[in-house]
Design a protein around this ligand. Structure first.
Ligand code: HAS
Ligand code: CU
Length: 565
């Protein structure tokens, strides 16, 4: 049954196209610009692992300035812009509604001023604290203020999506929320609860401390607040990609989504389990009781389940497409998929990469295995095939459709686009093998190899081959990114076409949210009770975090700031 219903568009909110396209283009365009700068700083780091130092030739004061810029621009800025564009525009399109435009532009400008502030502080060499912001390293107040503004801007967009959903519901009582809107809204609810830790840590600890209003910050408390947000932020990045994998990619592949209710269940599970797991980043932290580390180890196993379900549902939906296109046999359907379509191929290669990224995550989640590779090159290996490929390449695939559509310009050089995603895939695979392997051999992360201490010489000597792989991967990625940005910039510099290029299309479903008689399925309506699910999430989060946070607040140890650069 089709996903579409005879929905009413609330009076006065019907969308006409251009204004929401413009603000979405602004979000995606500036996001890509942040990615471009972050991307240029990537290869020097890959080469660093291979023992090749090109920092002396770059306009950077240190390795750590480059690493901070790279991490903040890629992980925090590029993702925030892109997600705000996607999770506002896609629901608006699905509902046929316009978001409140002054709010959307306010969010865009808030994020942009925040990015400029944080960016200027990093460029001025005042805030080389890396993207994890760990005190007692202390950055400039403008850096913290800027990042806080970026987070607040995302919450404004969360509100705008919620506002559209409410208006739609008033006009369509008793109907299940259309799927893309449901997935987007659940992502925003999760993020609204998850972002509290980072917001509190930055606004009440780091910012006043950097201004000299408070003398010291407790590093252990800040780390706990940071990872309270820092784990679920990875699902804030991933879930917009999942929206595409469920609602857009099956259609690009010529098929239908196997199950709409299953997609809803997956997102609901992410709401419940994304947050109470942050201690799996802190297994080595002394200030957290062992028993609570174990609890977060177990909840981490729960949060992998919705991804495992996704693997099966999305693979089945792709198979549905491959067979509809004439593929036969056990594997023939794979070859029948539209591999010449860069947008489709980007997302599917992103999925393939995530099989390995997810497996690595399960290794990291296991307490005793984690201790072997914590703080080694294994970790950047893991996150470059999760956020750096599974998420980023899905966004690249969406950009191939949305940038032409939103800007009214045809895609430049579609073959170069296709080559760029294959090269990104190959480059990242080689890079990641090198990084995971080095990590197992004990090579630390966040270290400039040319400044290594003599004690580590043996470690590096043992890791020469995987280190070379990381460097090689970085070079391939440089070519991949250069091609990608050639396509993007080339598209934006083109003349407008007479006809607006086509938009992303949402998929039909094999099993939709309605029974054959047209009534909504009961379990779908149960999943509609978002207030209840949100409450349950808050309870779970409180149980998982309150005892430790209360403990850490009551034993607060204020440490003065340091500048190590
Ligand atoms: Fe992670 C560290 C555990 C997922 C990102 N992670 C990080 C850091 C980042 C990050 C940035 O437990 C570093 C933070 C720092 O700087 O210190 N991670 C996990 C687990 C998962 C996981 C259990 N991580 C992600 C995702 C990320 C991300 C997603 C970004 C988007 N991670 C950890 C742990 C650490 C960690 C520890 C701390 C390490 C330490 O010691 O510091 C799970 O969510 C993974 C579940 C995923 C799966 C895979 C399912 C596969 C799918 C693809 C299907 C393919 C198809 C294709 C359909 C089980 C869905 C078919 C196609 C055909 C053509 C046939
Ligand atoms: Cu995590």
């Amino acid at each position: 049954m089709a996903n579409t219903l005879k929905a009413n568009v609330p009076a006065g909110r019907a969308h006409e196209g251009a204004p929401e396209r413009r603000v979405t283009l602004a979000f995606l365009g500036v996001g890509l610009l942040a990615m471009l700068v972050g991307f240029l700083l990537g290869p020097p780091q890959a080469l660093n692992y291979a023992g090749i130092n090109i920092y002396d030739y770059l306009p950077l004061s240190s390795y750590y300035q480059g690493l901070t810029l790279h991490g903040v621009l890629m992980a925090l800025v590029f993702t925030s812009y892109f997600i705000c564009g996607l999770l506002l525009y896609l629901p608006a399109r699905e509902l046929g509604m316009r978001p409140r435009m002054p709010g959307a532009w306010a969010a865009f400008w808030l994020m942009t001023v925040g990015t400029v502030l944080a960016g200027a502080a990093m460029i001025a060499d005042t805030s080389n604290v890396l993207y994890t912001l760990y005190p007692p390293m202390q950055g400039h107040p403008a850096f913290y203020l800027g990042l806080a503004m970026v987070v607040v801007a995302t919450l404004v967009v969360a509100y705008l999506t919620w506002d559209m959903y409410l208006a739609w519901h008033r006009a369509n009582p008793g109907q299940p929320t259309p799927l893309v809107t449901y997935m987007s809204l659940v992502t925003w609810i999760m993020w609204a609860i998850a972002s509290v830790g980072l917001a509190v840590g930055v606004v009440f600890l780091l910012l006043p401390w950097s201004l000299g209003w408070i003398d010291g910050v407790d590093p252990q408390l800040f780390r706990t607040l940071f990872w309270y947000t820092g784990h679920p932020i990875v699902y804030f990045w991933l879930l917009p990609a999942y929206v595409a994998w469920y609602a857009i990619v099956p259609r690009q592949g010529g098929g239908k989504l196997i199950s709409d209710p299953m997609a809803r269940l997956v997102f609901l599970m992410f709401l419940l389990f994304s947050i109470p797991v942050g201690f799996h980043h802190q297994y080595a932290d002394p200030g957290i009781p062992m028993a609570w580390k174990l609890v977060h180890n177990i909840t981490t196993a729960f949060v992998a389940i919705p991804s495992l379900i996704t693997a099966f549902t999305v693979a089945a939906s792709l198979e549905n497409g491959g067979r509809a296109r004439g593929g036969k046999g056990w594997f023939g359907w794979i070859g029948a998929l539209p591999w010449k379509n860069a947008a489709f191929t980007a997302s599917v290669l992103a999925m393939v990469t995530f099989i390995f990224g997810g497996a690595g995550g399960m290794v990291l989640a296991s307490f005793n295995l984690n201790l072997v590779v914590h703080n080694t090159a294994f970790i950047p290996g893991h996150f470059h095939i999760t956020v750096g490929t599974a998420v980023t390449m899905t966004f690249m695939g969406l950009a191939f459709v949305l940038i032409p559509h939103l800007s009214g310009r045809a895609l430049r050089a579609p073959k170069a686009a296709l080559t760029s995603v294959w090269l990104w895939f190959v480059g990242m695979m080689i890079f990641a093998v090198g990084m995971h392997w080095q990590g197992i051999l004990g090579v630390p992360r966040r270290s400039k190899i040319s400044d290594m201490s003599p004690e580590l010489a043996d470690v590096y000597a043992n890791a020469a081959f995987p280190a070379m792989l990381s460097g090689l991967g970085g070079l391939i990625l440089f070519v991949a990114g250069a091609l990608f940005f050639y396509v993007m910039i080339g598209t934006l510099l083109r003349r407008r076409t007479a006809q607006t290029p086509p938009d992303v299309e949402f998929t039909d479903t094999v099993s939709g949210p309605y029974e054959a008689d047209g009534t909504p399925k009961r379990h779908v309506m149960l999943m509609e009770r978002l207030g209840l699910w949100t409450l349950l999430t808050i309870v779970l989060v409180a149980v998982a975090y309150a005892p430790t946070i209360i403990d850490q607040v009551s034993g607060y140890v204020g440490v003065p700031g340091m500048r190590l650069w």
